[in-house]
Design a protein around this ligand. Sequence first.
Ligand code: BTN
Length: 266
Amino acid sequence: MGARGGGVTATGWSQPVGAAANVLALARVDSTNDVARRIVASWDPKSPFPGLAVVAGEQTAGRGRLGRAWFSPAGRGVYLSVIRALPSPVPVGLSLLAGAAVCAVLRGRCGLKAGLEWPNDVLVGGRKICGVLVEVVGGGGPAPVAIVGVGLNVTHRREDLPRADTTSVLLETGRSMAPASLVPELVAAVDEELLRGCRPGYAVRRFAELTVHRVGEPLSCRDGERTVEGLFDGLEASGALRLRVAGELRVLHAGEISSGEKETPC
Ligand code: BTN
């Protein structure tokens, strides 16, 4: 079943979803995830949360994973937070699903061979083009609410990017697209993947289709002060990373890949 047509109840998803859902567009904010948190906190918990996306032209305090800042220059990127009350049972691997949604849009709309680096960085040609920050908040009502933050580099030139291992749609395609033009498809794709994510095992299968990692390749994963080096062995059903270290299986629930091949699947 598609996610574009409004309320989808067969899977327990009971709110408007897709491109027709509400989008609040703002010129400049601190962080769209923080605006989303404030909206959710101020919502009357007695009413179901209706589903909303917040998009901004610029962020002054954009947040990345692991407490980092997300550089968000005016007019160059998509800075988007999709807010959705979660169905029950809550889909497994929300971050994987969000990354998969971005890959789908970059492949379909921009013709880019986008792939996923665990847990949810989106890479093109081995360089990061998009970061995803998923936060789940109480919402005060019966259902927890997911805030799916998407930061996509669109019209960044080389000099606009903070690091050499990052890229943008412009650099990869030579085309200058208006960041806002990608928003409806991104919102619809996030909805679609969250909806499909209700199926058992879906997020892990989707990650396997899109990942830049190959089973058996050497990977380093940094989690705070600790770095674990091993051979990639796929994901646990929970979405956690499996590494073989000296023949033993290590399972990592959080962290960041700091080395490895970055070949994108077809
Ligand atoms: C990362 O790779 O570290 C995640 C970056 C997520 C950035 C997006 S931009 C929209 C939303 N608002 C934020 O403050 N962060 C996310």
